[in-house]
Design a binder for this molecule. Structure first.
Ligand SMILES: [Ca+2]
Ligand SMILES: [Ca+2]
Length: 379
């Protein structure tokens, strides 16, 4: 048995009236499959650990522009449409197969699919579909795209993974290849799903391209989608100064700060002049702020809006007149060891804008500054 025996299934959805809204970023769960009886229950969170109402998207290529409901089951103004991919579409539209290992919500999500394409055409082509989600609130999202082939490991079908290529336009994560192993009871990235992080601007669509990888006997699959609001990873901004010895100091953060200190958040300032004193400082509100020249003739900028909070002074180490000095700050240890710091007590989603400052006696104002990093408090 393979997908060549599947019949084409037509499907249509009536286009419901949309309610425009400008709500904050919110999550969406979308089940793709032909059967309304096989939509996961709202308690089911899948790989994103995001329970809530699952939209039922009936496979169709091209589909109607389908309105999505929120996790709470309310109208959202957000829509989803599937259209043929840039290389064309030659899939079966709808397919379902009872994988013997999937049960419960996993089975409801994974066992029925939109067939993304396969070796139906001669010569075979990289068939695919484009998923366009419109009307999302501006924000940063994690996108979980499920591409498990429920029938891949049937006798006679095994051996070659029926991989699906998943690419999210504008994501900081690369194209991912999904499909390697049969279902073994848990979700594993790149085996059952792709996970992309992406910033969506106001009025911008979320665009997901799915395509068929192999031109030998294989198929590609689309089981469903989860869109989850998330904190963006630490991001650098502003311009570093250039020191007397041509060092360009760079500040980085290992991860976002965590309210529970569940992950570590280490700030590192590298390329500092050797054998100099300095520190890391931060603010919590950069709204409306443009970087200010540090002083006349200086190449540095102040990138953090007042009021600011300083950490303790550090020695950069390294070698005089070279760029091998560095500062490091364990953010959680620093916050735990000091009370009354700006920002305390911290709350979820709160921002931190940090920058490094150090002595450079021949430079204008006898000091220079690194670039800056923006962080967001996570649970
Ligand atoms: Ca099953
Ligand atoms: Ca289903």
């Amino acid at each position: 048995m393979n997908r060549n025996f599947s019949a084409h299934l037509g499907a249509s959805l009536s286009l419901l009236a949309l309610s425009a809204s400008s709500a904050a970023a919110q999550g969406f769960n979308i089940e793709v499959g032909v059967s309304a009886a096989s939509v996961p229950a709202a308690v089911y969170g899948a790989a994103a650990s995001q329970p809530g109402t699952w939209n039922h998207f009936v496979p169709a290529v091209p589909s109607a522009v389908v309105p999505l409901t929120s996790l709470a089951g309310a109208a959202s103004g957000v829509t989803m449409q599937v259209t043929p991919g840039p290389n064309g579409y030659n899939g079966l539209i709808s397919y379902n197969w009872n994988n013997p290992n999937t049960i419960g919500g996993d089975e409801r999500l994974l066992d029925d699919i939109l067939d993304v394409g396969g070796t139906f055409a001669s010569p075979a082509v990289n068939s695919g579909v484009r998923v366009t989600v419109s009307g999302l609130a501006a924000g940063f999202y994690e996108v979980y795209t499920y591409c498990f082939a429920p029938d891949n490991y049937l006798p006679g079908n095994g051996g070659v993974p029926w991989n699906t290529l998943v690419d999210v336009t504008g994501s900081i994560d690369p194209l991912q290849t999904v499909g390697a192993l049969d279902w073994a009871g848990t979700f594993i990235q790149n085996e059952t799903f792709a996970k992309h992080r992406v910033a969506v601007a106001a009025g911008q669509n979320l665009v997901i391209d799915l395509s068929h990888e192999f031109l030998t006997f294989s198929f590609a699959s689309f089981n469903g989608l989860q869109i989850k609001p998330a904190a963006p990873p630490p991001a650098n901004y502003c311009t570093a100064g250039t020191t007397t010895n041509a060092c360009v100091p760079a500040l980085t953060a290992s991860d976002n700060p965590s309210l529970s200190a569940a992950t570590s958040c280490i700030l590192n300032a590298a390329n500092i002049e050797g054998q100099k004193q300095g520190l890391i400082f931060y603010g919590i509100d950069n709204s409306g702020f443009s970087p200010l020249p540090w002083s006349p003739g200086s190449s540095s900028f102040l990138c953090v809006k007042s009021p600011t909070q300083r950490s303790g002074a550090q020695a950069s180490g390294g070698t005089t007149a070279q760029c091998n000095g560095a500062f490091s700050l364990d953010w959680h240890a620093f916050q735990a060891a000091n009370t009354g710091l700006i920002g305390q007590p911290w709350s979820l989603g709160e921002k931190v804008y940090a920058q490094a400052w150090f002595r450079d006696p021949p430079a204008p104002k006898t000091t220079n500054l690194s670039d800056a990093v923006e962080m967001t408090y996570v649970p």
